[in-house]
Design a protein around this ligand. Sequence first.
Ligand code: NAD
Length: 259
Amino acid sequence: MGTLEGKTAAIFGVANHNSIAWAIAQKLAAEGARLAFTYQERMEQNVRRLTTNLDGALVLPCDVQSDSDLDTTFERIGQEFNGLDILIHSVAFAPTDDLKGRVSKVSRTGFTTALDVSAYSLMAMAGRAEPLMQARGGGSIVALTYLGSERVTPGYNLMGVAKAALEAAIRYLAWDLGPQKIRVNGISAGPLRTLSARGVGNINDMFTLIEEVAPLRQNISQSDVGELAAFLCSPAAATLTGDIIYADAGFHVMGLGTM
Ligand code: NAD
């Protein structure tokens, strides 16, 4: 029997088979969870195709910038699942011009959009998930982040600012929701080839650097993140909340690289 047998999970952020959210979904399903997927309109076909063989999966449209989409999504999940145990936030966006340009030149609308999609959305989801998780006696919320929130990573720019807000939100939500036994954690993943990662400069250089410098001398895979997410949602992580856990072969502990 899997560690998540009888649990229900809502997964935000599958775009295609390379998405981190898809790797997490597969692992949660393998551990026995029943899944609800949300998709951004242009990803509908991909998400429906990927999820056709998953028993009992719900597939719902949701633009995280829309309050009414979020309301409808959580209402539907509540009705269909009779509560919610797990929420995966694997969503981020920044307008290309603002992401690629200098941080000192980021537009007000670019900043607002990046923070809205990539950080506010976690708070908006958590508030709506709270009563559904309370109905189950608690829950686990996991959001995806990156080291560029704490250290300057050229090319990550505005997204680093958004991830810093996301990580602060994780800590404050952990405090807010802790009395309900709802845990909130972040996974800080190393670089992975996904649709979103195409918008970030220098990704090939990052792969090379990590192989040379990270303590484990390797890059990571989407399924590594899936394993960690499943752990964070399992009873084994029952006392873990408000934390950022690194899935990066130890890269974040390094000061200088190889000499
Ligand atoms: P991805 O492109 O597969 O996933 C990003 C998702 O965000 C897509 O499904 C997209 O539809 C969704 N999204 C964007 N705007 C949205 C909106 N307004 N409403 C609803 N959904 C919206 O890329 P990914 O790399 O799997 O990204 C998932 C998460 O992992 C992101 O938070 C990303 O920052 C984070 N992350 C990625 C890496 C990496 O190297 N790929 C590393 C660390 C963290």
